[in-house]
Design a protein around this ligand. Structure first.
Ligand code: FAD
Length: 292
């Protein structure tokens, strides 16, 4: 099933998982998925390393198993910056052979010391290429606070419009901790003529190290309410985890009340956290959309 169809019916609620790092057993992600399937997500997406690591082979396997073993629709991420067209075609055929119908088309981040290949400069190039070579559903990434490399938010929205026009049918946002950024972004996107559904990316923060790393990568603004919480609980792991869960729930309640198209939960492969949040917001998600 093409996941873009889901938005017609309800507020979409989806998860993201990643293949285990090279020193962790693959079974760990299956233990997580076993738990996640009971939370009835609309789909689960699986990340794909831009660097061509061995874990990438697992993306295909995990995305395929999510669909065929756990009965949940899946999305495979695909960053293109280090691929040639031939290499993308090979991955695409592998996706098709494994029944993967939904692809999150990404540029990927530049890897220091690794010169990028030149067939795909932007995610929109990959979107056009996938459109020409596949019948898959194509999803794109978007950035409520602007992509860190873009000159301005307006510039970023203009580029996003090109990406959507190339053949994207739904968007998933970068994480953010202040819903105000998401609402402003959405307003600008709609004015720019971007009319596909946009899922809000929510990352529950369960430890200080995790968030410091994430913020250094994506540049998300940390509101005072958030930093106060971290300072208070950073040395108490259980309290920090519970506060992070509560913060994410608070964000989702507000987003659902504003009638967002969907919520994409960055689970960090933590099924306990995903369960707590899913249970808390289940009635908001199931009760359908309230117009913004
Ligand atoms: P693009 O859409 O190409 O945008 C990147 C930058 O280029 C932006 O500043 C944009 O404004 C600019 N731009 C775009 N088109 C043009 C143009 N035509 N002319 C000039 N400038 C242009 N990375 C991974 O490696 N693996 C993953 O699995 C992964 N999953 C992700 C999931 C989500 C939901 C998100 C939000 C990000 C994910 N990323 C992943 C990170 C992503 O690869 C990086 O954020 C990357 O820097 C940008 O990717 P993009 O697809 O948004 O790029």
């Amino acid at each position: 099933m093409h996941t873009c169809e889901l938005f017609r019916r309800k507020t979409v609620f989806s998860f993201e998982v990643f293949p285990p790092k090279k020193d962790a057993a693959v079974e760990t992600v299956y233990d997580t998925l076993e738990e996640l399937k009971y939370l009835s997500p609309d789909f689960i997406s699986v990340t794909y390393g831009a660097g061509g690591s061995a874990a990438n082979r697992l993306t295909v396997q995990i995305a395929s198993d999510i669909r065929h073993r756990y009965g949940v629709e899946s999305v495979a991420h695909l960053p293109c910056i280090n691929f040639t067209k031939e290499e993308v075609l090979a991955v695409l055929r592998e996706f098709e052979q494994n029944g993967i119908e939904n692809i999150l088309a990404l540029r990927g981040d530049f890897i220091p010391g690794v010169p990028p290949k030149t067939d795909f400069r932007h995610a929109s190039d990959l979107v056009s290429f996938l459109r020409e070579n596949s019948a898959c559903n194509i999803i794109g990434a978007c950035y409520p606070e602007g992509h860190p490399e873009s000159a301005s938010v307006v510039d970023d929205i203009r580029n996003l419009k090109c990406k959507v026009d190339a053949g994207v049918s739904q968007l998933i946002s970068q994480l953010f901790f202040d819903n105000g950024y998401f609402y402003t972004f959405l307003e600008r996107a709609r004015i720019a003529g971007i009319n596909v559904p946009v899922e809000a990316g929510i990352m529950p923060v369960t430890n200080k190290k995790q968030i410091e790393r994430m913020v250094s990568l994506c540049g998300a603004t940390l509101p005072k309410k958030f930093t106060t919480m971290m300072e208070k609980y950073e040395n108490n792991s259980i309290a920090m985890r519970d506060a992070g869960i509560a913060y994410a729930i608070d964000q989702i309640v507000d987003l659902a009340a504003h009638g967002v198209d969907g919520i994409h939960l960055y689970t960090m492969n933590n099924s306990y956290v995903a369960k707590k949040i899913s249970e808390a917001v289940a009635s908001l998600i199931c009760s359908g959309r309230v117009s913004a």
